[in-house]
Design a protein around this ligand. Structure first.
Ligand code: F3S
Length: 395
């Protein structure tokens, strides 16, 4: 099989559209050849990861600045969270040196025409594809959400391949772009009740453990809010490395494919076991965080109501996108939350911010945040439903 390019794609590869587009097309054709793609697909939306200066460093920044000399994105493109709140970084205790470098990274993206909204929930703030659309998103939780909940089609891009897709408007046709890789391979029969984002996160982890990389078709979930699906997508992608799932009666492609014969049963006790697995013995709780993936407006409203008239006794971050924060400002939610002593941190999150080792014990409602807080930041963790997270913060 060979990768066939259109005339325009050939011209991009020959450098007729400039050096950055040429470099981008080189990346994409190399990827296409590795994965046996026969052609490129036009994409309509891109989400770029690897935005934190903590991950990029000077070599990453140089790569971006080189592309920014003549590169311009061809489709709507947004960014994953950066290493800090891009406006109020001081309130999060971020060092000035780091802040300067982080802003250089954002400037390079801005030069290329990227919308510098830094969020892992682009689908909540205007970068929202429709069913069946081909897109190129990095950020595993958003990829699982886009493929599964929206029914758009994207692989789990890395930062460079997503940027290359943005600069060319193309992605190679392989993986989740093709029907054959979206088909469920195993049924998960769930018996039990899921009452919170915490429970959905624990189920995502439980499924990841038993499905072993297969695409799942889940039976037994009666209803799910966008917030619960957001948390579930993050969990199943983090613990299982899979970028698509189907839930009977809930996700849009559930009727599209034959139902697999192999069935694995999971129940309430599995959810409980995985909650326990994500709950360390804590000597001290000094950090509380909500917003992995970034909080929706509805979640911020609920948090504000819970914090009204109270005072937090620990460092508490509610991480979200800038547009959601701005609506929260308008609605007075930010004021209530800040009066309670908590912080709304826009553009960043507790995983990509440079806070390794700064706290001892963290409480959250997010299964994904538990994974990275332990592995990357050396914190001990506990996972609780939102209401109990808030109680912990104000205890
Ligand atoms: Fe988003 Fe950071 Fe979690 S990027 S999904 S809040 S680890």
């Amino acid at each position: 099989m060979t990768l066939e390019l259109t005339q325009q794609e050939e011209a991009m590869l020959e450098g007729e559209y400039g050096r950055a587009t040429q470099k981008a097309m080189e990346i994409l054709t190399a990827l296409g050849e590795i994965y046996g793609a026969e052609r490129m697909l036009p994409v309509t939306s891109v989400q770029i990861s690897g935005v934190s200066y903590a991950n990029l460093g000077e070599p990453g920044l140089k790569f971006l600045n080189d592309l920014a000399k003549d590169g311009k994105v061809r489709v709507l493109t947004t960014l994953n969270p950066a290493g800090m709140d891009l406006q109020e970084w001081e309130k999060l205790g971020i060092a000035e040196d780091f802040a300067k470098n982080q802003l250089r990274v954002i400037e390079a993206f801005r030069k290329m025409g990227v919308v510098t909204t830094a969020t892992c929930t682009p689908y909540l703030v205007g970068n929202i594809p429709h069913y069946g659309e081909h897109i190129a998103w990095a950020e595993s939780s958003a990829v699982a959400f886009a493929n599964s909940v929206i029914g758009a089609r994207t692989n789990r891009e890395g930062g460079p391949s997503a940027l290359a897709a943005a600069l060319t408007g193309r992605t190679p046709a392989y993986g989740y772009h093709l029907d054959e890789n979206r088909k469920p391979q195993v049924v998960i029969q769930f018996e039990g009740e899921l009452k919170s984002v915490r429970d959905f996160g624990a189920l995502g982890k439980a499924i990841a453990e038993v499905a072993k990389g297969k695409v799942v078709y889940i039976k037994g979930i009666r209803s799910a809010s966008i917030e619960e699906l957001k948390g579930f997508s993050a969990s199943i992608a983090t613990y299982g490395g899979v970028g698509i799932y189907h839930i009977e009666h809930i996700t849009p492609e559930w009727k599209e494919y034959p139902i697999p014969k192999e069935t694995i049963e999971l129940g309430q006790k599995d959810v409980k076991r995985h909650i326990e697995e994500m709950s360390d013995e804590l000597e001290e709780i000094d950090f509380v965080t909500i917003g992995c993936p970034h909080t929706s407006l509805r979640e911020i409203e609920i948090i504000a109501e819970m914090l009204r008239g109270k005072k937090v006794t620990k460092e508490m971050w509610i991480t979200t996108s800038r547009p959601v924060k701005e609506i929260a400002d308008q609605m007075g939610y930010t004021k209530i939350i800040e009066t309670a002593g908590a912080k709304i941190a826009a553009d960043t999150c507790a995983v990509v911010a440079p806070i390794k080792g700064r706290f001892k014990g963290m409480v959250t409602n997010s299964a994904k945040a538990c994974y990275y807080a332990r592995g990357r930041n050396n914190f001990k963790v506990q996972i609780k439903p939102l209401k109990e997270v808030i109680q912990e913060a104000t205890r």
